[in-house]
Write a protein that binds this ligand. Structure first.
Ligand SMILES: NC(=O)c1ccc[n+]([C@@H]2O[C@H](COP(=O)([O-])OP(=O)(O)OC[C@H]3O[C@@H](n4cnc5c(N)ncnc54)[C@H](O)[C@@H]3O)[C@@H](O)[C@H]2O)c1
Length: 331
């Protein structure tokens, strides 16, 4: 059996080598994403793993199917990167990583929230002009704040626990409430109820028709003018145009955006690798109350290691037996 890894990152190499030796399975590697041009690299592999935001072209699925590739595994919790229609059409199974390190994203949501409540983006911008004034630098202490968590699954729950440990009052909304969360958070009936009370509103829902633009003009108007929004979930969960206008008019005080609509145009790309500019980037980078990051919340050594090991194990199992805990529904 041979497996093939696309979108390998520098920390992945040692983990892949070690796993390959221990399991006596050959693993091919490329740093390139899976595209119609690179799909032929998978020739001879039983299954492939990748980590990219979008695998759209039919040609990719056709080529992999011709090579007898049994499955595509995505090294992320989301499944929105795969085209399920083509997967079914070409008889390819899909796998994702159900939970690799929820803490990696939760800690990033916490970190960027703390940056905003202490005005660090503004401080860094002012320092570039040798401006060390305290003007507009008054911060807040997290223990006096209410944190609203939208989506209390793996990541949202750890986020709630981290904020609770720092003394914050944590409230939450989820379509399906957990029963083990009472010590850490109190549920509210609607997103609106959470948005109204929260000083920090942190999003941890998946992207679906249901959650598209969940945070829109209406919700932004409900939020406190002193509140900040944190999106380390998926870009389209927030209506970005409405957010930019809310930040400009002072409807809310700041935003930390690890995910953004159209992030595939720049995430993990140098300036030279980017084509057309994302339409929102210029406006957001000009603001001193925004932390913008390129979908990097998950990117820790701990998470990268867990992702590669889990993906290879799942693909080995699928290639050998057609079964794995990582299999996703194609419906
Ligand atoms: N920025 C990053 O690096 C990064 C990395 C991994 C995951 N993510 C994002 O974080 C999201 C959450 O991941 P997770 O592992 O916690 O997922 P999860 O499935 O464990 O939790 C998602 C929660 O959202 C709830 N939910 C779903 N639809 C909802 C709706 N319409 N209204 C309210 N609640 C709803 C679910 O009931 C569930 O409790 C992922 O789907 C992904 O979009 C981002």
């Amino acid at each position: 059996m041979k497996l093939f890894i696309f979108s390998a990152r520098q920390p992945d190499y040692a983990v892949i080598k070690q796993w390959s030796l221990e399991n006596k399975i050959e693993v091919g590697i490329t740093e390139k994403d899976l595209t119609p041009d690179t799909a032929p690299l998978a020739k001879g592999a039983s299954a492939v793993s990748t980590q990219q935001v979008s695998i759209r072209e039919e040609e990719i699925y056709r080529t992999l199917s011709e090579y007898g590739v049994a499955a595509i595994g995505v090294r992320s919790t989301g499944v929105d990167s795969l085209n399920k229609q083509y997967m079914k059409q070409y008889g390819i199974l899909g796998a994702n990583i159900k939970a690799y390190s929820p803490r990696s994203i939760a800690e990033f949501a916490l970190t960027t929230s703390m940056m905003l409540i202490r005005n660090i983006p503004r401080l860094l911008k002012h320092e570039q002009d040798l401006n060390f004034s305290w003007n507009r630098m008054l911060g807040r202490e997290v223990a006096s704040l209410t944190v609203g968590v939208i989506g209390t699954g793996n990541i949202g729950f750890v986020t709630a626990q981290l904020f609770k440990a720092l003394g914050a009052n944590v409230i939450a909304y989820d379509k399906f409430r957990r029963t083990d969360a009472d010590a850490f958070l109190s549920y509210r009936a609607t997103v609106e109820d959470v948005a109204r009370e929260a000083d920090i509103l942190s999003l941890h829902v998946p992207y679906s028709d249901d959650t598209r633009h969940m945070i829109d003009d209406r919700i932004l108007k409900i939020m406190k003018p002193s509140a900040i929004l944190v999106n380390a979930a998926r870009g389209p969960v927030v209506d970005t145009a409405a957010l930019i206008s809310a930040l400009r008019s002072g409807e809310i005080a700041g935003a930390a955006l690890d995910s953004l609509e159209g992030e595939e145009m720049y995430a993990n790309k140098t300036k030279e690798q980017q084509g057309e500019a994302n339409r929102y980037i210029g406006d957001l980078l000009a603001m001193d109350n925004v932390v913008l990051s390129p979908h990097i919340a998950f990117f820790t050594l701990e998470a990268a290691t867990a992702m590669v090991q889990t993906s290879l194990r799942d693909l080995r199992d699928i290639a050998a037996t057609g079964k794995s805990t990582g299999l996703i529904s194609l419906e």
